[in-house]
Design a protein around this ligand. Structure first.
Ligand SMILES: [Zn+2]
Length: 467
């Protein structure tokens, strides 16, 4: 498989550090609110990468953090008059619900920053000992110029950054910047302010800087060197650049072999922002569309391309997905009676699989992979019939299902619950009661409850309603 590596700006053959194993670290969301549709893109894209690597037989260790201490969380907690952990725990739980709706597999580990403070302190100590960090009045800064490779991921020149910073600071007069040795230095540990959560450290009570979290948690849960580090392209600078500086300076080894970044998501061709009123949470969108449609939509473009979110485009994805699900349904409903198999059809199926794999092997080109699925269902719709041998029909069905599963698309249609089915069950329950088979009557009531149907025993008979 070839992966476009932001570090080298080229597609490179993926070779894992340990044969058959892949360690992936994906920067996760800051949990101060419901996740927005922009957060969903890296979740879906890199979950698909994980599924494809699993399909290829790799053992995947997938780590994605929750940033649960941050200015935005503290602000929200102060507004609500609660501890910041109340806010972060609530939105971690809500994020997990949205991930489930998007069919994003839970990470092997979802570390939380606040639970890894001792390791963060350890890494800061190492950086100070090695001369890569220094403390001023309770703040610890990373000495950016002490790390030779700074700028290698974002392909920025350190001197250009320096002059950019100067101009910016001159205009903004950022407070506290004066105590830094160099405007490029960034914070590893910040001192406690009134009303903020804090932890004891050798430099006084305080909390870690955001960039440090990922360096520490990837080291703990994957190792000093990770195979693939991924995230949105907005994280390349400064977040990922700073992660590299911290990790490589502390561990004396390469940090991540491959860097993958997904492109921006625009809403109706505009940048998503609260002020433009085009800011949507995944939860809001789930009221309009099944989240599976959103997942399919996100994969309909190559992950590095910008993606425009609009009602028309989502509607087109919804129709496309429907075509696939209908084709699967059709294959399931066939009643083939013939023995043996049809080698010509099976060879054709194999061809589709090969073309699909070639698309996915080319830097996870899900857009082309989806085109192959469309061609495949067009083929099965025409060529796989009741006259096709059963073994070949089964193979056609399992092929479509397998290729959809790698994309995290569930081909099982949700059963529509018809009124007549419900009434048949109610009649069955009444008959059981009449026969004094109360165990069976209860069993049917529970079955209906699982389907979201509530029964009311009234004088006029049994009434029911949907939840
Ligand atoms: Zn990160």
């Amino acid at each position: 498989m070839k992966i476009f590596n932001t570090l080298t700006r080229s597609k490179q053959e993926f070779v894992p550090i340990n044969e058959g194993k892949v360690g992936i670290y994906v920067c996760g969301p800051t949990v101060y609110d419901y996740i927005h549709i922009g957060n969903a893109r890296p979740m879906i894209v890199f979950d698909t990468l994980r599924r494809y690597l699993l399909y290829k037989g790799y053992d995947v260790n997938y780590v994605s953090n929750f940033t649960d201490v941050d200015d935005k969380i503290i602000k929200r907690a102060n507004e609500l008059g609660v501890e910041s952990a109340v806010v972060s725990e609530k939105y971690i739980a809500e994020c997990k619900k949205d991930m489930e709706g998007l069919n994003v597999m839970p990470a092997t580990t979802h570390p939380q920053a606040t639970k890894e403070i001792p390791d963060m302190i350890e890494m800061i100590k190492v950086l100070i000992e090695k001369g890569h960090a220094y403390e001023k009045n309770g703040t610890v800064y990373f000495r950016t110029r002490s790390f030779d490779g700074y700028g290698k991921l974002s392909h920025k020149n350190i001197d250009d950054l320096e002059s950019g910073h100067r101009a910016e600071n001159h205009q903004l007069k950022v407070s506290g910047e004066d105590e830094k040795e160099d405007p490029l230095d960034f914070v590893l540990w910040k001192p406690k302010k009134e009303g903020e959560p804090s932890w004891p450290s050798p430099w006084g009570d305080g909390r870690p800087g955001w960039h440090l979290e990922c360096s520490v948690m990837s080291k703990k849960y994957i190792g000093d060197v990770i195979d693939i580090h991924a995230g949105g392209e907005d994280l390349i600078f400064p977040h990922h650049e700073n992660e590299i500086a911290q990790s490589e300076a502390a561990n004396d080894t390469e940090f991540a072999r491959y860097w993958m970044h997904n492109g921006f998501l625009k809403i109706n061709n505009e940048k998503m922002s609260k002020s433009l009123g085009n800011f949507f949470t995944v939860r809001e969108i789930s009221e309009k569309y099944p989240l599976q449609v959103i997942r399919f939509f996100m994969l309909s473009a190559h992950y590095r391309s910008p993606l425009n979110f609009s009602a028309d485009l989502v509607e087109a994805s919804k129709n496309g997905l429907e075509r696939i699900l209908t084709a699967v349904e059709k294959l399931k409903e066939l009643k083939p009676a013939n023995e043996g198999n049809d080698p010509a059809i099976e060879a054709e199926l194999e061809n589709f699989v090969k073309r699909y794999e070639a698309a996915m092997d080319d830097d996870l080109n899900t857009a082309d992979a989806i085109s192959v699925i469309f061609e495949l269902i067009k083929y099965t719709n025409i060529n796989v019939t009741n006259d096709t041998p059963k073994a070949t029909v089964d193979k056609a069905l399992s092929t479509v299902e397998k290729l959809c599963d790698v994309l995290g698309i569930i081909t099982e249609k949700e059963e529509e619950l018809l009124d007549s089915d419900i009434e048949a069950l109610i009649n069955e329950r009444q008959a059981a009661r009449k026969a004094k088979d109360f165990a069976k009557a209860d069993e049917i009531r529970n079955k209906l409850a699982d389907m979201g149907i509530t029964l009311l025993d009234t004088r006029e008979g049994v009434k029911w309603k949907r939840a």
